[in-house]
Write a protein that binds this ligand. Structure first.
Ligand code: GLN
Length: 488
């Protein structure tokens, strides 16, 4: 049962061939069997899952089935869930149980999904390998014996979906945290247009960049998940009025004489990527050409400066957002001599090294001596990148580029903070510009590990992004279930 995609499972649920309780039990068994090894969940909610599933079966029996009724999913542990511990993978929130439900998780409740648990991630979503988690890193289900990263920060979500411990999951993408982990686990990860999915009730990292989105096994599944989570929310002042709804299978945008201009970013052609990535990228381009796409070169002149701008803007916003964790209102509190000492002791004990590093960088670039030279300069670069994307989308309909330079690396690769930051080169620009981008599997490398390509679109062109991603998925035609764990 766990080999069914979300689309297939919904079909079988609707026809009565399987029940939500059976499907949920199958996933709970997988969690029982592999949960500890993969470390993909921080909290599992088996009782809630079975209750959700029973309620789902009852709704269906009454002819009242909802959009994703009975689908067992994982929620990144950044989304507040009422009555269920929400940690952001931080010691600071280790025992935090929210009294409210995030808009995104509420939408999944409204869509009839079954909650399996809260997925592991980098602490406050800051990281690339999910190694900054207070609860230890999740493991990539591909070649488990090699203990590879499942990526970050949504690494628990990708580990769970790729390993068959959830049918689909939510993630958040501030600088690549949906797309990079999806790419190196063979999954589909969609960062929607900024504002399409509400941030309300999602633990904030960098508010002008944070973007909730889905992680799934197929593009159709990702489209269904996005339909459930998107929509205007008056509680989030940056929430867009644009909705997103779709039915699957997605309509083709190529073939039958359809015209589509697909852009390749000139500045990325000089960036060093693995031979496998290069070969697969070229293969997929020639597939698109043979389906009738016109390939054009576009320029985003400042795209290589996106990393520098991101690593100023994101820490600046984080330093402000994380000021609320002071031991006074909620979360960890370590008593000190006086109130200042309590602040200091609480924050020293509650945050990990990477989070502290970001807050130090963030407060430094916002200080009066540095504001103009760092923060304002980064904001200008951001504007230029955004303008360049606008211009590029007058010359092409969609853009494609690699999701990463290479395949999943071992968790103990011993990278320095700067080496970690450099891994975000292919993903951060899309967050700075707020444009939608979907990572889709493009093939397997020589070492047997999956690689991904991103499809990028203009703001609110999320549907076409997914449609082109589906063509790439079909052309790549890989089995994205890791053999070691899927019992093949
Ligand atoms: N790897 C990036 C960072 O460390 C992206 C994180 C994210 O998208 N949440 O900031």
């Amino acid at each position: 049962m766990i080999n069914l995609t979300l689309t297939e499972a919904l079909k079988k649920l609707n026809s009565g061939e399987i029940s939500a309780v059976e499907l949920t039990r199958a996933y709970l068994d997988r969690i029982e069997k592999y949960g500890a090894d993969l470390n993909c969940y921080i909290t599992t909610t088996p009782e809630r899952a079975l209750a959700d599933a029973a309620a789902s079966d009852a709704r269906r029996a009454a002819g009242d089935a909802k959009f994703l009724d009975g689908a067992p999913i994982a929620m990144k542990d950044l989304f507040a869930t009422r009555g269920i511990r929400t940690t952001a993978a931080s010691r600071m929130l280790e025992n935090f149980v929210p009294e409210y439900e995030s808009t995104v998780s509420q939408k999944f409740i409204d869509a009839g999904t079954v909650l399996l648990g809260k997925a592991n991630l980098d602490e406050f979503a800051m990281g690339t390998f999910s190694k900054t988690s207070f609860f230890g890193a999740p493991v990539n289900p591909w070649q488990m014996e090699n203990r590879l990263t499942a990526g970050g920060s949504s690494g628990g979500s990708t580990s769970a979906v790729a390993g068959g411990l959830a049918i689909a999951a939510t993630g958040t993408d501030t600088g690549g945290s949906i797309r990079f982990p999806a790419a190196i686990t063979g999954m589909v990860g969609m960062k929607p247009t900024y504002g399409l999915c509400s941030r309300w009730g999602c633990v904030a990292f960098a508010s002008s960049l944070d973007t909730p989105g889905p992680i799934a096994r197929t593009v159709d599944d990702a489209a269904l998940m996005l339909s459930a989570m998107a929509g205007h929310d008056p509680k989030d002042s940056t929430s867009s009025k644009h909705g997103f709804t779709c039915t699957t299978p997605l309509e083709p945008v190529l073939g039958d004489g359809k015209k589509l201009r697909v852009g390749i970013i000139k500045e990325f052609s000089d960036v060093k990527i693995s031979d496998d990535m290069k070969t697969l990228f070229e293969k997929r381009i020639s597939d698109l050409k043979s389906m009738g796409a016109e390939i054009v070169e576009v320029s985003i002149p400042n795209i290589l400066d996106a990393l520098a701008a991101y690593y100023i803007i994101a820490p600046a916003e984080a330093s402000s957002n994380l000021a609320r964790y002071d031991g006074m209102r909620y979360g960890l509190r370590v008593e000190g001599r006086d109130i200042y000492d309590t602040f200091k002791k609480t924050r020293a004990a509650g945050f990990g090294d990477e989070v502290k590093r970001r807050m130090i960088i963030g407060t430094a670039v916002l200080s009066s001596q540095s504001y103009d030279v760092y923060f304002m300069q980064a904001a200008r670069v951001r504007r230029m990148i955004s303008d360049s994307f606008n211009k590029a989308f007058t010359e092409c309909d969609l853009i494609i580029c690699p999701s990463s330079a290479g395949t999943a690396m071992p968790l103990d690769s011993g990278l320095s903070p700067l080496e970690f930051y450099a891994l975000d080169l292919f993903t951060v620009a899309m967050n700075l510009a707020g444009v939608p981008a979907c990572s889709v599997p493009c093939g397997l490398a020589q070492n047997g590990l999956p690689l991904g390509i991103q499809v990028v679109g203009n703001r609110f062109d999320d549907m076409r992004v997914l449609q082109l991603a589906k063509h790439i998925e079909t052309a790549a035609d890989i089995d994205n279930r890791p053999t070691t764990i899927m019992g093949k």
